[in-house]
Structures are given as C-alpha cells and as structure tokens.
Design a protein around this ligand. Structure first.
Ligand SMILES: Nc1nc2c(ncn2[C@@H]2O[C@H](COP(=O)(O)OP(=O)(O)OP(=O)(O)O)[C@@H](O)[C@H]2O)c(=O)[nH]1
Ligand SMILES: [Mg+2]
Length: 424
C-alpha cells in the first residue's frame, strides 16, 4: 500500500507553571522567595530524510504529543523541560495546516524544523522579588499550547513511473530491477495500488513506481481511473510500457495512443511530462513486428523506443541506464510557497477565551476559560498578587474589552463570582 497523504493531530508541550515557595531555614523565620521557573514544553519537530519514500509509517500513528514542561520547585529549582517529538517524513513532503489549507512547510532536502513550539515556562515567585516587594506570593503560569491538525502530503512518490495497459508486465519489470516483490499474474488489474522499488545504476539510483494499469476512459474514471493518473503526476518521468507482442489481441501502436490520450485528457501537466517508450515482451513471437510498427511511427517524431523482455532480461539494463540519464536532465519537484507561521500556532490567547455579558441582575460579567485560568493563579488576600492580577487583565485585553462593552470607571463588574470596581 502506498501512503502519500496523512492527517496528523499534533500538540507541543505546555510550559510548566512557575512555583511559589519561600526559603525555610532553621532559625530564619521569613526566608526569601525561592520558587523556580516552570520548564519549557517540548517541540513538535519534523525531520525529512531520504531513507523514507512513503508516509506508510504514519498510517496508524497519527497523534503526537510533545512532553509538558514540569512545574518549578522550591529552592529555585527550574522545572524539567518537556521532551521533543520528532516525526520523520520522506524528502518531498509538504506540511499543510488542515484548518486553513495553507502550506506551513515544504521539505525538499534533508532537514529538520520545529513545526509547533513548546510553551514557555512560567516564572517562579523568586523572579518577582523587588526591594519593595520582598515576599511575592504569586508566580506566572506556563504557556499552554493547543492541538493542531496537519496534513502531510508527499508531492513526489517516485522519480519514474511505469505506465501502461494492464498485464503489459509493469510489475514483472519492477521485480526484476529492484528488491520489490509486487504481485504478478496474467489477469488485468493485478496491481491495485502503486509499488515502489529502488533501482541501483552503478553508484547512482532512482525510485521506480509500478502504477496500476490504465485503460481507455481512465481519465473519466474507468478502471482504476483517476487515482492512478494522480500518482503518475507525482513522478518526474513516465516509462510508458507497450506490449509489443499483441498477445492480448490489441495493436501496440493503438495501445500507445490510447494511453497518451488518457494522459492528456487527465491534465496538461501529464501530457507534457517527459516520457520513455518501452516495447515489452520481446521474447514472444510477433513482438518484433509490433516493435517495428512502434519505431516506424514514433522515431520520425523523435520518440525513441526501447525493446525489452522482463522475462529474459534482454534490454533491461540499458533501459535502466537510459532512465537514470534522463532523470538527470529533469529538475526535482519545485518548492511550494510557504504561507504560514509556526509560532502563532501555540499562541496562548487562542487556547483561552472570555466573554462579556450582562447578568440578570444588571451587573456586567466577564466569564470564560481565560478568566478561570487567571483566578486559579491569584491570591486575593495578597496585595502584590492583586497588582499582578490587574496587569494580567490589561495584558490579556480584558480591561479593553470591558471598556468597549461600555463599562465606566467605578462601575461594578463581576468575575469568577466576585464583585470588583472597574478602575482603568
Ligand atoms: N513472455 C513474457 N511475459 C511477461 C513479460 N513480462 C510480464 N509477463 C507476463 O505478463 C503477465 C502480466 O504481468 P504483470 O507484471 O503482472 O503485468 P502488470 O503490467 O503489472 O499488470 P497489472 O498489474 O494488472 O496492470 C504475467 O503473466 C507475466 O508473467 C515478458 O517480458 N515476457
Ligand atoms: Mg502489476
């Protein structure tokens, strides 16, 4: 099975919360603040490698979670950072934001990139000590991340693709030139999804795809239709195999043109793709007649025809050399334009929200996950903590939103079930 597109659910690690702690020493009644910072959450990293050729490994493993940063500790101990997660993909994989369809990253060489950054750790209370505020009883929370869905799309499945009618010997050829062991049989549509093989030519090599057979009307969805034409689009070179023996009762030249018609009816891009024509089953009687007919028609048009027999091996090595040489002249897949940012994906504000409404008793209320989150981390008995609380309300836009809602200076508002006077 060839897997060239998968959807993943990913989440970078949360930042660990900062700690509130005070030094406890013998004979020292009030030690200074010593709460450490929270650890940074782990990143989601994508690494592209030439060792992989498909997204097969990801077909069941679709959820990735980087480790959360740990909470800070006493004695100025920072929390441990969360572990990163590395997802390996083949070179040629584009990463798309499933929500917006934007291309976030396009891997065209072996490289490694952070796709989602882990949340920063919160600051421990030790950081908030100042000459006038010697015992801060608050710390800041770690930045929380949210999960995202991405699509991995393998733009190129192979360098060259074997294309032709069913039973012309595409799988047989792949099995002869590579370690791949596709199913081979004398009935049509033996191959139901592409097989890939690595072909070595001297010190060099290329990836060859055995693509399921095409028949007339494939571009309209007949046979296995569209799916496989789409796969051909993801190769750089078409190796068009024509049965020269006519053993199935079709004329080789008609076969050639019928497949060409399907390619061009599917897309201009396919029609213009570089092609090598192969006359196959040359070991069978009458195949030389078919080969001559192909040559007579195609050579004057500048199209070379390669005679082979996958069964005897005649011409196979020469064909592989020709494919290798031709591939060197065709540029690799073009890079897609990247349209997204990674950092914004772990934006704290996106994960928490709030809403302003007027309650039945006429008091304006602010409610929501962001308000809950802030209230969990303040100490209403502590002046410093409340001062920090006011700063959070400003920073997260809650004060602004209340003002826009029409709340006036001195007016009573309610948050987390408690009443406050609105002061700008
Ligand atoms: N005589 C001869 N028979 C061949 C040759 N290549 C393949 N065959 C036979 O042709 C039949 C079809 O071969 P496959 O390799 O399965 O053909 P395919 O093109 O992959 O077919 P689909 O997967 O159905 O599209 C099998 O019986 C093969 O043994 C060849 O070079 N000479
Ligand atoms: Mg086959």
């Amino acid at each position: 099975m060839l897997v060239d597109r998968v959807k993943l659910n990913i989440k970078a690690g949360n930042g660990g919360d900062g700690a509130v702690s005070f030094r406890r020493e013998k004979y020292v009644p009030n030690g200074g603040p010593d709460g450490g910072d929270g650890g940074t959450g782990g990143d989601i990293i994508i690494r592209s490698t030439r060792d992989l050729h498909t997204l097969y490994d990801l077909r069941f493993h679709k959820i990735f979670r980087a480790g959360n940063g740990e909470k800070g500790g006493a004695r100025n101990m920072s929390g441990k950072d969360g572990t990163d997660v590395v997802i390996k993909v083949p070179v040629g994989t584009a990463v798309i934001d499933a929500e917006t369809g934007r291309v976030i990253a396009d891997f065209n060489t072996e490289e490694e990139r952070i796709i989602l950054k882990g949340g920063k750790g919160g600051k421990g209370n030790a950081r908030f000590a100042t000459p006038t505020r010697q015992a801060p009883k608050f710390a800041t929370p770690g930045k929380k991340t949210i999960e995202r869905e991405i699509i991995l799309d393998l733009k190129s499945i192979a360098d060259a693709g074997l294309v032709g009618y069913p039973s012309v010997g595409k799988s047989t050829l792949l099995s002869v030139v590579s370690a791949a062991r596709p199913k081979i049989a004398d009935y049509h549509f033996t191959t139901l999804s592409p097989n890939l093989g690595v072909v070595s030519v001297g010190d060099d090599g290329f990836i060859l795809a055995d693509i399921p057979g095409l028949i007339e009307g494939a571009s309209q969805g007949v046979g296995l239709g569209h799916d496989f034409l789409k796969h051909i689009e993801r190769t750089r070179l078409i190796v068009h195999m024509v049965d020269a023996s006519g053993i199935e009762g079709r004329m080789p030249l008609e076969d050639y043109y019928a497949i060409r018609k399907e390619l061009s009816e599917y897309s201009q891009e396919l029609a213009e793709k570089k092609e090598i024509v192969v006359a196959c089953k040359m070991d069978l009687s009458d195949s030389d007649i078919g080969y001559e007919m192909l040559r007579e028609d195609l050579e004057p048009k500048g199209i070379e025809v390669f005679p082979i027999s996958a069964v005897t091996g005649a011409g196979v090595k020469e064909l592989m050399q020709k494919i290798m040489e031709t591939l060197k002249e065709i540029p690799e897949a073009e890079s897609l334009e990247e349209e997204g940012y990674l950092e914004e994906w772990s934006n704290y504000n996106e994960a928490f929200s709030f809403e302003i409404t007027t309650a039945e008793d006429g008091v304006v209320e602010a409610n929501g996950t962001l308000i809950d989150f802030i209230f969990e981390r303040i100490d209403p008995e502590d002046t410093d903590s409340m001062r920090h609380f006011e700063k959070l309300l400003v920073d997260y836009g809650i004060i602004d939103a209340l003002r826009r809602y029409g709340v006036k200076d001195g007016q009573e508002i309610r948050m987390n079930g408690e009443e406050f006077d609105f002061v700008e």
